[in-house]
Design a protein around this ligand. Sequence first.
Ligand code: ADP
Ligand code: MG
Length: 326
Amino acid sequence: MKKIAVLLLLLSIFLTSCGNVAPKKTEIFAMDTFMQLQVWGDETLLSEATARIYELESAFSVTRENSELFLLNQKGRGALSAHGTSLLSQAIVLSERSEGAFDPTVYPFVRAWGFTEQTQGVPSSKTLDALFPFVGTEHVHANENTVTLDEGTMLDFGGIAKGYAAQSCAELLQDAQAALLVLGGNIQTVGTKPDGSDWNIGIADPKNSSQAIAKLRFQGSMAVVTSGGYERFFEENGKQYHHILDPKTGYPVQNELASVTVLAQNGVLADAFSTALFVMGLEKASEFWRASDDFEVVFILNDGSIFATEGAASLLYDCEFTVIER
Ligand code: ADP
Ligand code: MG
């Protein structure tokens, strides 16, 4: 009897450790988008991750009147939390690396178009021209956790906050067996699922975002971040205007790209560069990738064709694509 009991116990341990254990899931609305979090293993970490996202949302919102970012933008000077300080310093480094294609000081333009306001509309070129002197990371002066902004300069973490949240949660979830975070267009995988199967990540079809135009499969932790003009836009006089702006012109980016998906170990970098590469366009973005070694890219063009850098190409399936070589 004793032997059978021990055998049953061992069998149940074996089954729970290698069986296809279901993850614990939750869905929330935060940072202006729907999010789904799944955790395998230590399920208490799920509520910690959710709490972290809400904490970061209330720190980084540009519109909430008591967020640290709102207060800094209002007063032109202020102290940031440890998260705020870390995010700002990373944002500045990534902005400089992308030669300003990603720029956290683009907020005066974002506001002029109304993207963070109740109503959107095309601003006059005179309005935009008047804002150029305020845009550029040279107007941000950070000294440890205290930040001073030149007059008129304002910060917007909209192009990087979800990446920071995903990265921060991934660190918090290191001790879970595995996790999958879908924060709008930001996907973060952590570890390997109990059954050892690959992560399967779809890249949204820009023309019909509920469907995948391409799929990626891989093992282990990765940030997969998509930026596209199809995600947020308004129409005026029959023309569409979307929310990713070229900081050098103040206008929504218009080039051959419909979306850019960046794969990287670092979620903050993946988020900043998905926006930056979208601004750069296919050719400049490909050159930028050739000069880098810490991310891979899938480009979806307006005509539906797909271009993938070598490292991304090896993970793509269920689609035709052109490989971008080093
Ligand atoms: P999403 O937040 O929809 O996933 P992105 O990561 O590309 O998409 O971020 C777009 C947001 O970032 C915009 O809504 C705006 O707040 C801000 N933004 C727009 N253009 C830029 C830019 N060139 N650099 C940095 N932030 C930008
Ligand atoms: Mg981004």
